[in-house]
Design a protein around this ligand. Structure first.
Ligand SMILES: Nc1nc2c(ncn2[C@@H]2O[C@H](COP(=O)(O)OP(=O)(O)OP(=O)(O)O)[C@@H](O)[C@H]2O)c(=O)[nH]1
Ligand SMILES: [Mg+2]
Ligand SMILES: [Zn+2]
Length: 371
């Protein structure tokens, strides 16, 4: 065996990754100290499993935990490493588990509100260049859902692309057939089929070498199937959707990063409860066309529902604003207001708890002083 071939084979066996292959860029490089830049002690999180992190780095795939002082300094769940993060880490010679010391500043992130009672931010993926919003052209299709995902991308630092998958099930392949147009979505819309391969080259042509993509969308729309098409490999697990309602079975259960020759792809589980991790400003930015009309309303705080001299209602009646789009805009706006109220309630109850703790301490001090 030739020497070069031998190295190639052994590096394949150990899955050695160069930093650029993992999506490394100048952005991360400049956040390192001068000494660290010589030989960056960095790796990228491919998977997180209850406190255990899978790190891909020039020394292969390893498992690691966060250091004690890192944990101590974390103030919220989103400070912990997540899939897509770059970390500074080390591995002792006699150990099989590495230690993560730091998460490098995130270039971009997409997140949502926690699915439970708390309003904590839940990170979906970080350091991504593209969010691939997948929907399927069966009973599962929902334009409203696409607009919610677009709102999540707003201000995330990543570019969105809308993918209309399962195009083999229909012959309607125009965005207008679905009451969507490129101008109001302000992002590419691509029709694909993971079964026939339709649209896959068009989708691929959007991305540059070394880009990181994350796929989001409901369970069963074909995220993992499309990822396998792009990877040219069956790495992500897929399974049949239920017959009857086209709903998926939540085949993908964790957020995991995969590598192809030129792309880094993060698969995510279908979301059950899509909550908006966004504020009013982000919704307004997503629907800026509506906002532009709103500037002409007679009242500056016009809700565009019943006020006289409302330019938005006029535009809807005149067919310049799509009524459905306005409906989604109002729905999202109401929802953010609900979350804002809830999170301020949560904040004030935290404040109360602190105050209670403090008054307990004061009571105890006085108790000690009592004769
Ligand atoms: N007809 C058709 N079926 C597809 C297409 N893409 C995926 N499917 C099928 O849809 C089902 C679900 O695909 P998955 O790739 O597992 O869907 P997913 O979005 O990853 O689902 P979760 O992991 O549960 O979130 C599988 O049976 C796929 O074979 C497509 O383009 N056309
Ligand atoms: Mg999947
Ligand atoms: Zn108005």
């Amino acid at each position: 065996m030739k020497k070069s071939q031998e190295t190639a084979n052994s590096s394949k066996a150990k899955n050695i990754y160069s930093l650029p292959q993992l999506g490394w860029s100048e952005y991360f490089h400049i956040s390192l100290s001068k000494e660290e830049r010589e030989n960056p002690p960095c790796g990228r999180i491919a998977l997180t499993q209850r406190g255990m992190y899978h790190v891909l780095s020039p020394s292969g795939r390893s498992q690691a935990v966060v250091s004690g002082s890192f944990r101590h300094n974390c103030l919220s769940p989103s400070d912990f490493p997540t899939t897509g993060d770059w970390v500074i880490w080390s591995m002792e010679a006699d150990s099989s588990v590495g230690v993560i010391h730091e998460v490098l500043p995130r270039k971009s992130k997409i997140s949502r509100k926690g699915a439970g009672a708390t309003s904590d931010e839940q990170l979906i993926a970080t350091n991504i260049d593209w969010v691939v919003i997948v929907t399927s052209l069966d009973e599962n299709f929902s334009r409203n859902r696409i607009e919610r995902y677009l709102a999540i991308c707003q201000g995330s630092g990543a570019k969105p692309v809308v993918v209309m998958n399962k195009a083999d099930l229909t012959n309607k392949h125009q965005a207008n057939d679905y009451n969507m147009n490129h101008e109001s979505f302000r992002c590419p819309i691509v029709f694909t089929s993971a079964i026939s391969g339709l649209g896959i080259p068009e989708l691929r042509s959007l991305f540059a070498k070394g880009d990181t993509l994350t796929f989001v969308g409901s369970s069963g729309v074909g995220k993992s199937s499309l990822i396998n098409e792009l990877l040219g490999d069956e790495l992500a697990a897929i399974s049949e959707v239920r017959t009857g309602d086209s709903k998926g079975r939540h085949t993908t259960t964790s957020r995991e990063m995969y590598l192809s020759n030129d792309l880094i792809i993060i698969d995510t589980p279908g979301m059950r409860e899509l909550q908006l991790s966004i504020d009013e400003d982000r919704v307004k930015a997503t629907f800026s066309d509506i906002e532009t009309y709103g500037e002409e309303c007679q009242f500056t705080d016009c809700t565009h529902i019943h006020e006289p001299g409302c330019a938005v209602r006029e535009a809807i009646e005149g067919g310049e604003i799509d009524a459905k789009r306005f409906d989604n805009f109002s729905k999202q706006l109401r929802e953010t207001q609900f979350y804002e109220q809830r999170s301020s309630k949560h904040q004030s109850s935290l404040g109360k708890k602190k105050w209670k703790d403090r008054s307990k301490i004061i009571r105890n001090i006085y108790k000690d002083k009592e004769p």
